[in-house]
Ligand binder design. Structure first.
Ligand SMILES: Cc1cc2nc3c(=O)[nH]c(=O)nc-3n(C[C@H](O)[C@H](O)[C@H](O)COP(=O)(O)OP(=O)(O)OC[C@H]3O[C@@H](n4cnc5c(N)ncnc54)[C@H](O)[C@@H]3O)c2cc1C
Length: 306
């Protein structure tokens, strides 16, 4: 089912039809507070008193024109200003293909530089999302280049890829902020572990590697980005047993998923950032959320009939 849904996530015919149905729009509202940045900022202010900080991301990927890349960049510049004015603790997270990577690498770099400059001025932080496997090399190059110019940048790295262990090792000497995720795209078995148990084990190993004293000495920051409570508890036990300082890591989850676990982590005094998505181009992202948990498909079906 996961493969079928992920294949559907890139289907334009399906996207054009599905996004018009009220029951689909109702189902998506579970994972995002609204399509507008104001909805996301409101949700961010709602969670901050609970001890939960935010990552903001505007949905959209693989843009096809220079004007769109410019519009996305300007949007994020404005978000950085609005976050600073609001006093919220909210990073931003961008996809390289939103900044124009498919069109021209230089343009994508320049757009990211503009965001970094504003993040420096506003004392904020920019994450780079990781997309499908053809984008891993250019995304890591983009991160390396930008990390040399500023420490206010982090990158998502996917535990399902065989190559990731080497990538993480090569990023440690840069003093990198790394968000470890399992990986959300449809990848062939020669690129990514097909078995979930192997992905989970790799996720654990990668996190432990980034928490090791030598990685910490270089300045590594780990984002443990998962809703997998067993895995998160296993890592918490490792952290407690090895007296890893709180400054070394944050937990990260998505808005609307495992809310009870989010509240528990925050209550325990652990650092937690919740990624809040917004925007009109939610279809591929929404399909990836459905693929992560087959029960979500029944939730959609219930909305269809109810
Ligand atoms: C902060 C953050 C940033 C991310 N950034 C990226 C990125 O840049 N690139 C990328 O490829 N992927 C990214 N992801 C997605 C990630 O790769 C996984 O696809 C996603 O997190 C699901 O895997 P999991 O680790 O949560 O655990 P799983 O093992 O998939 O799930 C564990 C449990 O969590 C719950 N759960 C998980 N997903 C859902 C869902 N959609 N709906 C309801 N319950 C669910 C279920 O109870 C499930 O049993 C990000 C995830 C997070 C949390």
């Amino acid at each position: 089912m996961r493969r079928v849904i992920l294949a559907g996530s890139t289907n334009a015919w399906l996207r054009d039809r599905a996004t018009k149905y009220p029951f689909v729009r109702k189902s998506v509202s579970r994972f995002m507070p609204g399509e507008h940045i104001d909805d996301a900022l409101r949700a961010a202010s709602g969670q901050q008193p609970l001890g939960i900080t935010t990552i903001l991301t505007r949905l959209g990927e693989n843009i096809t024109s220079v004007d769109e890349a410019e519009e996305v960049t300007r949007h994020y510049l404005d978000v950085l200003d609005r976050v600073a004015a609001s006093g919220l603790d909210a990073h931003i997270s961008v996809k390289p293909t939103q900044l124009g990577l498919d069109l021209e690498r230089g343009m994508c770099e320049r757009n990211l530089d503009r965001l970094m400059e504003r993040a420096e001025q506003r004392g904020n932080f920019v994450w780079i999302d990781m997309e499908g496997s053809p984008y891993v090399d250019p995304t890591i190059d983009l991160f390396r280049r930008t990390r040399k110019l500023s420490p206010r940048i982090g990158v998502a790295i996917q535990a399902y890829l065989y190559r990731t262990e080497k990538d993480v090792e090569s990023l440690i000497p840069l003093g990198s902020a790394i968000r470890i995720v399992k990986g959300a795209y449809l990848e062939p078995p020669d690129v990514a572990f097909p078995k979930k148990a192997d992905v989970d084990e790799n996720f654990y190993r990668l996190c432990v590697r980034l928490l090791a004293p030598d990685a910490q000495k270089e300045g590594a920051l780990l984002h443990i980005a998962t809703h997998d409570t067993a895995l998160a508890d296993r890592l918490s036990a490792y952290i407690a047993h090895n007296s890893v300082p709180k400054s070394a890591y944050e937990f990260a989850m998505l808005y609307g998923i495992q809310r009870q676990q989010q509240l528990r982590v925050a209550r325990e005094g652990q650092r937690l950032r919740v990624l809040i998505s917004y925007g009109e181009y939610w279809f591929p992202w929404y399909m990836r959320r459905l693929a992560e948990r087959p029960a979500n498909v029944w939730f959609v079906a219930k909305n269809m009939f109810g």
